[in-house]
Ligand binder design. Sequence first.
Ligand code: 0WD
Length: 256
Amino acid sequence: MGFLEGKKILITGVASNRSIAWGCAEAMHRAGAEIALTYQNEKLKSRVEEMAGKCGSDLVLPLDVGSDQEIESMFKALAERWDGLDAIVHSIAFAPREQLEGDYVDAVTREGFSAAHDISSYSFAALAKASRPLMAGRNGALVTMTYLGAVRAVPNYNVMGVAKASLEANMRYLAASLGPQGTRVNAVSAGPIRTLAAAGISDFRDMLKKVEERTPLRRNVTIEEVGNAAAFLCSDLASGITGDVLYVDTGYHILG
Ligand code: 0WD
């Protein structure tokens, strides 16, 4: 029996078969969970439906986290199929492309800052808020995806690092708030992985190379490895863990 047998898990942020969210979906399906996926826009709908099929799921719902109305409708539609929800994976981030290159002070703007924080951080709280009735009393779990740029000034990551710092603090406040109802809230800090979102970061290839040369395990991490860690955090195996950041980055964060 898989360690997620009987769990109903909503996974956001699948955009391609390279997405970290897809690594999570496959790992959680392997561990026996029932999966629902969301897609950001109509362009992604058929691709995400096809991918859900590979996880034995036909529960695929639209969700743009920039809209409170879409968040509400998505949970309403989910509640028509599922009597409760055990876990949510938040694997969503956005910053305007021009924010993600060059000097931070030159690049940052009020609009860029606001959009990055809204979509990459607030949305996690918005999902926690809207899912509260479905998750209450179930030993539930929320997991989000963060990056080392939250705690270090990583070249070109710029305002996204500031938004990730916000996301990590957000995760801790959510953990304190939702703990009494039995919901745990954690973050996985993934090493760099070549995905659609990563393609927007200037010099991303150099980042991958630098990690490979220096990190303790001398290689980059995979979406399967991040997915396995997220699966663990969503499971009862992690029942004593909340408010934490789990680094899944082949050890890069320990380096001076
Ligand atoms: O190196 C990396 N790839 C790392 C990513 C290292 C550490 C953390 N992360 C984080 C990202 O910051 C993000 O939070 O992991 C999460 C998932 O990112 P990903 O798997 O690298 O990227 P991708 O496959 O592109 O999925 C992110 C998706 C978006 O894709 P695009 O290609 O449009 O950026 O997030 C979704 C979208 O589908 N997304 C939204 N979903 C709903 N509503 C929204 C939105 N408003 N905006 C973006």
